[in-house]
Design a protein around this ligand. Sequence first.
Ligand SMILES: [Zn+2]
Length: 57
Amino acid sequence: MKELRCRDVGFDCDAVVRAETEEEVLRQGAEHARTTHGLTNLDADTVKGIQSKIRTI
Ligand SMILES: [Zn+2]
């Protein structure tokens, strides 16, 4: 399983995204960022930064 904590990305937020694959975590994380934090477009550097925070659990 892969896990991404929203807080680790820099938001004051307790959301945690878990999924089987890194791709799915990224997809759900992007969706959460869009719907909850109003981030409509994530540039490549932001995505890279988020990817670096994904951990294996
Ligand atoms: Zn969040």
